[in-house]
Write a protein that binds this ligand. Structure first.
Ligand code: NDP
Ligand code: 2IT
Length: 448
């Protein structure tokens, strides 16, 4: 980094958290975004703003003890990182996946804080989860794990403190089990303590679809402003086949795009005629099976082992929606060679820094995750609003609000990129727009 203060802050992160590659990556991207404006703000260093911004308010780790179907006691590790509450209570999802560790949760929490600063809704940032692997577990084991997890976490959360939701491995089924256990412990029906709830007990219409739909609303704006086009007739690849990917693909199709390939953590399916989303939903959401079943059941589709090779297939719009760092320099080169005109990050941090640099150098606009996938948490905020006023809005009402929020996020990121002299660099724009808002709120509240 050219600026000495930025470099000092980064060096401190490397020294304090030596074994945290994902955390280093998001901090580096963020600090590099400030290169053009940091000299104009000597008060940041004086007030330790960046040092405070990158250090979470609080990190909780805990033991989760549960009993499997064979009667054996199992122990997992639970996490909650409460990053920053300058503009509202901590808010962000829970991830259950064997790869979860403190580096992953800190990167997700840091990104969550910046994401929430872009939505215009009053929420701070946090994230949590466990190294529990839901794959191959029975329904009863999932329930017992969720109950054990929230039996510890409940003391740290609440509608005015910290509001978890879903992420990888956590959907409305898991939120339901956690909500039920929390209510049992506290004897309080505090609906706005968790979001992503089922519709019969305080959930919001559109929350299930929100992240995926929001990705497309953002991408529509990006295509219009930066490429002079739209989804109609475009060939699109959506990676992953979970909550985010499925509803992203659904909206792409509604907007006239053709999704030709999707993946899971084992491999990908290519269907040149266009993916049959009802079949994907049945395989992944109902049967909870592997995506390779698709090729067995759909004529003309092929399955290939190894999810990264999905980018061997040419596409005009790339929407990585599976997990972090799924697109590195190798995949970015394939995406460029395939004639891609725009990439929007649906997953959190799916592109490495080198991949983004390559895409930018090739003139391909990149929508950064914290802006592109903010529709999920925005609709969580709308769920909390409905819980507070004890009313339910219609699908159309929530979808319209979501659409407006996503348009506003694109404009904020684009305008900030222009203001800092890097027009069209939405990675820089999103970081700057959000940081300036949160930093202002931090300064206004004194040294805390
Ligand atoms: P799900 O658990 O519903 O789905 C995850 C999908 O990604 C699955 O298809 C899974 O495959 C695949 N996947 C997971 N890990 C890998 C991997 N290492 N390589 C390839 N594929 C992988 O999670 P979500 O859809 O909720 O989350 C996807 C991404 O979106 C994450 O980055 C998450 O942080 C982000 N996100 C989620 C939001 C939400 O509201 N849920 C909101 C904003 C962002 P398999 O079936 O094999 O496990
Ligand atoms: O990464 C994310 O934005 C989420 N997992 C959703 C967070 C939320 O609180 O709805």
């Amino acid at each position: 980094m050219k600026n000495a203060y930025l470099q000092r802050v980064y060096d401190q992160v490397l020294a304090r958290d030596p074994d945290a590659p994902e955390f280093h990556q998001c901090i580096r991207e963020f600090l590099e975004s400030l290169e053009n404006i940091v000299d104009d703000h000597p008060e940041w260093e004086k007030n330790g703003i960046l040092e405070r911004f990158i250090e979470p308010d609080r990190t909780v780790t805990f033991r989760v003890t549960w009993v499997d179907d064979a009667g054996k006691v199992q122990v997992n590790r639970g996490y909650r990182v409460q990053y920053n509450s300058a503009i509202g209570p901590y808010k962000g999802g829970l991830r259950f996946h064997p790869s979860v560790n403190l580096s992953v949760i800190k990167f997700l929490g840091f990104e969550m804080n910046l994401k929430n600063g872009l939505t215009t809704l009053p929420l701070g940032g946090g994230k949590g989860g466990s190294d529990f692997d839901p794959k191959g577990k029975s329904e009863a084991e999932i329930m017992r794990f969720c109950q054990a997890f929230i039996t510890e976490l409940y003391r740290h959360i609440g509608q005015f403190t910290d509001i978890p939701a879903g992420d990888i491995g956590v959907g409305s089924r898991e939120i339901g089990y956690m909500f039920g256990q929390m209510k049992r412990i506290t004897n309080r029906f505090e609906a706005a303590t968790l979001t992503g709830k089922g519709l019969t007990y305080g959930g919001s219409l559109v929350r299930t679809e929100a992240t995926g739909y929001g990705i497309c609303y953002f991408t529509q704006e990006m295509l219009k402003k930066m490429c002079g086009t739209d989804f109609a007739g475009k060939t699109v690849i959506v990676t992953g086949s979970g909550n985010v990917a499925i509803f992203c693909a659904e909206k792409v199709m509604q907007l006239g795009g053709k999704v030709v390939a999707m993946s899971d953590s084992n491999g990908y399916v290519y269907d040149p005629a266009g993916i049959d989303l009802d079949l994907i939903k049945d395989i992944k959401l109902v049967r909870r099976a592997r995506i390779k079943e698709y090729a067995k059941e759909k004529d003309g589709a092929v399955y290939k082992e190894g999810c990264r090779n999905i980018w061997d297939i040419p596409c005009q719009i790339a929407l990585p929606c599976a997990t972090q760092n799924e697109v590195d320099a190798t995949e970015a080169k394939k995406i460029i060679a395939g004639g891609c005109i725009a990439l929007a990050e649906g997953a959190n941090m799916p592109c490495t820094i080198e991949a983004v640099e390559l895409l930018h150098a090739a003139g391909i606009p990149v929508g950064p995750a914290k802006a592109v996938n903010a529709g999920g948490v925005s609709t969580s905020a709308l769920e909390m609003s409905q819980n507070s006023i004890r009313m339910n809005w219609s699908f159309e009402e929530v979808d319209e609000k979501l659409h407006g929020i996503m348009k506003g996020i694109f404009e904020a990121a684009y305008d900030a990129s222009v203001a800092v002299g890097q027009p069209g660099n939405l990675v820089v724009g999103a970081n700057v727009a959000s940081f300036l808002k949160i930093a202002d709120a931090m300064v206004a509240q004194g040294i805390v």
